[in-house]
Design a protein around this ligand. Structure first.
Ligand code: F6P
Ligand code: MN
Length: 333
């Protein structure tokens, strides 16, 4: 079998398809290299003293773990000097970070969640890194928050790494969704999924059931029907999975189908997940794999962001299932 590395894949996209510029290729490779280093730190766990709290809160008032801070620093250090970025924004930083003046500036903006699912770190369950790439708007020299407020449909690339039993990188540059596995001995990302396709139908749903009493009618209707299984209107039994790391739940859906939901509810009135760091990149990846991603009434990638750290309802995965949930939203108006 021909072993295709991430570099080869990107060069091929650049040469044959003309969709990846040299600068974008460098950017993706730098992020992927940072993910290797985060994977390495995570895999050492308590031996490297990286578990536990950092003793600080992020902008959304969530307690930061040591690894949230380490992962964020790794991504900043890896990306600030290469000349491919104009600025970056992270779930763990209050404001966008401009590239220091001593380094050249590039044409892209990088947005990321350095360590998704970080409540799972201390219990040795998969976590990950999610990223999204936007173009810096024309004429903007010092990008501030406004430069980042672009709809998900403007993304030029998105990806995520899952630090699980194997470390996997999922990527889209707008030409399908591909998967790479980290070969630890060689230190390289090897393509292991050339064209990820999410089955359009599913018998598996993922939602935090402890929010059930807060759900809106369309979500309650959909989940009640799944639970009714073969005795209800769906006429088939469903199974449920909830890892509580979006990266792991979405990777499962990319592998075998399913629907993942963190909808707006009475407790999470604007949703729970972040639009720029989580919802948009995952929506792009899922759509490029033949799935769908909505916030309830609307396609996620059509939402115009108003704030950097804005949250959003998320329902994504197998196309027919997501469309059914969307129909329940329009019928409940
Ligand atoms: O980053 C937010 C996140 O950790 C996601 O990875 C995950 O899907 C969700 O929150 C889990 O939320 P909860 O703690 O409500 O299950
Ligand atoms: Mn997250």
């Amino acid at each position: 079998m021909r072993r295709v590395s991430l570099t080869q894949y990107l060069v091929e996209q650049q040469r044959k398809q003309g969709i990846v510029s040299a600068e974008l290729r460098l950017l993706i490779e730098v992020v992927a290299r940072a993910c290797k280093s985060i994977s390495n730190a995570i895999s050492k766990g308590a031996l490297a003293g990286v578990l536990g709290g950092a003793g600080s809160d992020n902008i959304q008032g969530e307690a930061q773990k040591k690894l949230d801070v380490i992962a964020n620093d790794v991504l900043v250090e890896a990306n600030e000097w290469g000349g491919h970025l104009a600025a970056m924004a992270s779930e763990e930083m209050d404001l966008p970070l401009s590239i220091p003046n001593r380094y050249p500036k590039g044409e892209y903006l990088l947005v990321y969640d350095p360590l998704d699912g970080s409540s799972n770190i201390d219990v040795n369950v998969s976590v990950g890194t999610i990223f999204s790439v936007l173009r810096c708007p024309e004429g903007v020299v010092e990008p501030d928050e406004k430069a980042f407020l672009q709809a998900g449909s403007k993304q030029v690339a998105a990806g995520f790494a899952v630090y699980g039993p194997a470390t996997i990188l999922v990527l889209t540059v707008g030409n399908g969704t591909v998967g790479f596995t980290l070969d630890r001995e060689m230190g390289s990302w090897i393509m292991t999924e050339e064209k990820i396709e999410i089955p359009v139908d599913t018998k598996e749903f993922a939602i935090n059931m402890s929010n059930a009493r807060n759900w809106t009618p369309p979500i309650k209707r959909y989940i009640d029907e799944c639970i009714a299984g073969s005795t209800g209107p769906r006429g088939k039994d469903f199974n449920m999975r909830w890892v509580a790391s979006m990266v792991a739940d979405v990777y499962r859906i990319l592998s075998r189908g399913g629907v993942f939901m963190y909808p707006v509810d009475a407790k999470h009135t604007g949703g729970r997940l972040r639009l720029l760091y989580e919802a948009n990149p995952m929506a792009f990846i899922v759509e490029q794999a033949g799935g769908a991603a909505i916030n309830g009434p609307q396609r996620i990638m059509d939402v115009q962001p108003e704030k950097l750290h804005q949250r959003q309802g998320v329902i994504l995965g197998s196309k027919n299932e997501v469309e059914l949930v969307g129909r329940y939203y329009s019928e409940s108006k």
